[in-house]
Design a binder for this molecule. Structure first.
Ligand code: ADQ
Length: 473
């Protein structure tokens, strides 16, 4: 029999970007807290799993003491991150200055700041010097971690000078550079006093990438018009050396988003904490459902919002403790370190929060042992026009008369029947849900409280008029 093939070793990748995917916050002399940073580049690259990747960049914090630098380097190593330590002056001139005050606006067609229009102004030159110095510092860190065969991927407008620094040291290094912003028309780029030096530095890379074909074309035009080089379908040629230039539109880790939506199914109960609402019956039925259907245990939650009522009456106090006790027992029985099957809240919710909950619910459970009508069942239906969730409704609620054809009717005293209805509701095909919802929605939207009040009052008026007519006769 054949031996299973081992996984081929992953390609080593050094991702070099201005910021690391984590930000560091100092907690003590040698302790650091790391937090994930927010940004498009981080989102895009965190999902790239097929490489043995290390990330080189600035941690967003000024650390000049040796103890702090060592401790931070160690903490970051656990996240496969390698820091570049930039001092405050460099950050000011390179990052705030040249990167964010000059390149960023220019690449977005917002022009150059007034005081930097002249190539000779001191502030422009000193910022560009700081930019080059910072890029050299990134290059030094890359060089000290580089191993033969590594791919070095430089990112964004902060590091346009980096490919040149890297290739000068080691011409065999595989260097790619990708721009996350637009690359503007060459007519815009040519405004930049350091236009040629930046283009030449980028061209030192083996591959230069942009999000769109237009940005790539603008870059090639800048190289041909400003540097007088030759543009080819593959990229830019300079004395026989070709730099590949192409479009690589970025994407997202779509699986991560799709998986995140695979949330547990939500079952909802909204009641005053009253004996008539059958809350213990509801929770016991949910317990039986979990007991009978282990495959559902980490896929469904019951959210019971029970607003306390008549709290001075001993019977009601007893009911509250009874409900708390059952909920605690069930959560102890079926909960795990990461899941809690029943979320029970003794409180009311404001109107908008309640509507939001109704809208995200998959199955609503109304288990009243007696109820004049039950408006919660109506409110749920009104909020479900996009989701088309299922209503499980007690046959002892007045609403069973009006919503019975759309709901699953149950006898709350028959715990097993309720448990089976939960299973049925959670597995109901979309077509049947749609049909049932449609029935209920039509009723709820055509039998409103306004109509109810108007009909009642008009009937009352008519009755009085008729009575007066009768007495006159
Ligand atoms: P209730 O017994 O109070 O009403 P119900 O009809 O369901 O029961 O109305 C409850 C109202 O309170 C709903 O509008 C609901 O949104 C709100 N509510 C309940 N719990 C809540 C919570 N935790 N947070 C926020 N809001 C909450 C009585 C009768 C019913 C009859 C109505 C109207 O007992 O049978 O339907 O009057 O006639």
């Amino acid at each position: 029999c054949e031996r299973p093939e081992g996984q081929p070793p992953k390609q080593r990748l050094l991702v070099v970007a201005n910021r690391l995917p984590v930000s560091a916050v100092r907690q003590g002399v040698d302790t650091w807290q790391l937090e994930i940073s927010v940004g498009g580049l981080v989102s895009a690259l965190l999902g790239v799993k097929e490489f043995d990747a290390r990330w080189i960049g600035w941690a967003g914090v000024n650390v000049q003491d040796e103890i702090g630098q060592k401790a931070l380097t160690k903490a970051l190593a656990e996240k496969r991150c390698i820091p570049v330590f930039l001092d405050e002056d460099i950050v000011h001139q390179y990052y705030n200055g040249y990167c964010n005050n000059i390149l960023w606006p220019l690449f977005h067609y917002l022009g150059l700041p007034q005081e930097d229009r002249l190539a000779t102004t001191r502030s422009f030159q000193s910022q560009f010097d700081a930019y080059k110095k910072a890029n050299q510092m990134f290059a030094d860190v890359v060089n000290s971690h580089y191993e033969d065969g590594d791919v070095v991927w430089c990112h964004d407008y902060h590091l346009m000078f980096l490919p040149k620094c890297l290739k000068e040291r080691n011409n065999k290094m595989k260097v790619g550079w990708f721009l996350h912003t637009p690359f503007p028309s060459s007519e815009i780029h040519r405004m930049l006093p350091s236009r040629s030096e930046l283009l030449r530095s980028v061209l030192a890379a083996d591959l230069v990438g942009f999000h769109t074909y237009d940005y790539a074309r603008h870059f090639v035009s800048a190289c041909t018009r400003i540097l007088g080089l030759e543009g080819t379908p593959e990229g830019v040629e300079d004395q026989g050396k070709l730099t590949r230039v192409a479009a690589f539109p970025i994407g997202i880790d779509s699986d991560r988003f799709i998986r995140a939506l695979e949330l547990p199914q939500v079952m909802l109960g909204v009641d005053r904490l009253d004996m008539i609402k059958g809350i213990p019956q509801k929770i016991l039925a949910f317990e039986e459902f979990l007991e009978e259907n282990p495959e559902w245990r980490d896929k469904v939650v019951l959210l019971q919002i029970a607003v306390p009522t008549r709290t001075d009456v001993p019977e009601y106090q007893k009911l509250t403790s009874q409900v708390h006790e059952i909920v605690g027992r069930i959560n102890g029985r079926f909960g795990t370190l990461t899941t809690v099957p029943i979320h029970h809240l003794d409180r009311s919710l404001d109107f908008h929060a309640l509507c939001a909950l109704y809208a995200v619910t998959d199955v609503a459970l109304v288990t009243s042992v007696r109820d004049g009508m039950n408006l919660v069942s109506y409110e749920f239906v009104a909020c479900q026009d996009s989701k088309k969730g299922v209503l499980i409704l007690s046959e002892f609620a007045g609403a069973a008369q009006s919503l019975g054809a759309g709901a699953i009717l149950i006898n709350p005293w028959n715990i097993s029947e309720v448990a089976q209805s939960i299973y049925y509701a959670l597995n109901m095909p979309a077509e049947e849900r749609e049909k049932r919802h449609h029935h209920n929605f039509t009723h709820v939207t055509s039998h409103t409280s306004q109509e109810w009040a108007a009909t009642f009052v008009s009937e009352l008026n008519d009755t009085i008029v008729e009575a007066q007519l009768r007495t006159r006769q």
